[in-house]
Write a protein that binds this ligand. Structure first.
Ligand SMILES: [Zn+2]
Length: 265
């Protein structure tokens, strides 16, 4: 098509890996997180503590923000369950950079690695379901982010924004510095099922003049959804306009999709 893709997601398969490396030189190649977790169940599922291991594994994947935290939490998990010798686990850890979100939270993957959504084919179809002819889910009109995204986004995507809202009760904020219009906040999130840490602190920057927000969790950069930490600060600062840059065209319900008229013969 003239331009290389920005990234490729495939199953965990050495032959595919080789082919991607040869044909798409320099293009980031990632593995489906959903498939990694399926393989985990296949390779570790017979262990007596599998349910606990699975929960710990999901915590390590989702609650760590960078490779250092990921390594530390992975090591604690392996030690806690005495699973050092599992060959699949060792091999999968060595290629963590290919599948673990903490390695590339600043890269936009449009939610395609959002494991909680990608649980199977039906869920994939839901993810790409732009049909929003159904009544939108209810929203709290006093909450600016809910109000804006209910109007703008497809129902499926709005529910993802709403899920961040539902987690707001777990976050507390404190202002640590203000320099002109730039405010620095600490958003402390209580982790629901702590295996590694009980609380995590995220620095949130808020520039009211420029309408710019950023959170150390990088959820917006990774999934294109404003995270609970930024939402907390937006509500706290009583901001009443959501800048356009945070409302992505790809999920707007009023967007004209050129491929909708293509007929499959
Ligand atoms: Zn955040």
């Amino acid at each position: 098509m003239g331009n290389p893709p920005k990234g490729i997601l495939t199953d965990q398969c050495k032959a595919i890996g080789k082919a991607v490396e040869t044909v798409f030189v320099g293009v980031p190649h990632r593995l489906w997180l959903w498939q990694i977790l399926q393989n985990a169940s296949r390779n570790l599922g017979k262990l007596s503590k599998w349910k606990e291991i699975e929960e710990a594994l999901r915590n390590v994947i989702h609650d760590t923000l960078d490779p250092d935290e990921f390594d530390e939490a992975w090591g604690l998990m392996v030690e806690k369950f005495g699973i050092h010798d599992n060959a699949w686990l060792k091999e999968t850890y060595e290629i963590g950079g290919r599948w673990a979100p903490p390695y590339w939270r600043s890269t936009f993957w449009a939610g395609m690695q959002y494991e909680a959504v990608l649980k199977g084919k039906v869920e994939v179809e839901k993810l790409f379901n732009f049909n929003s002819t159904h009544k939108p889910p209810i929203c709290d009109k006093d909450m600016i982010v809910q109000y804006v995204f209910q109007k703008a986004y497809t129902n499926t995507k709005f529910l993802e924004v709403k899920a961040e809202y539902n987690a707001l009760k777990l976050v507390s904020e404190s202002n640590t510095a203000s320099l002109s219009e730039l405010s620095v906040y600490q958003a402390v999130e209580k982790l629901l099922k702590p295996v590694w840490k009980k609380k995590k602190t995220f620095i949130v920057l808020c520039d009211k003049d420029k309408g710019e927000f950023s959170s150390y969790c990088k959820l917006f950069e990774f999934r294109g959804i404003l995270c609970m930490h930024i939402i907390k600060i937006i509500e706290f600062e009583d901001i009443n306009v959501i800048p356009e840059r945070y409302i992505l065209s790809r999920w707007r319900k009023n967007i004209v999709r050129l491929y909708e008229d293509i007929r499959v013969l």
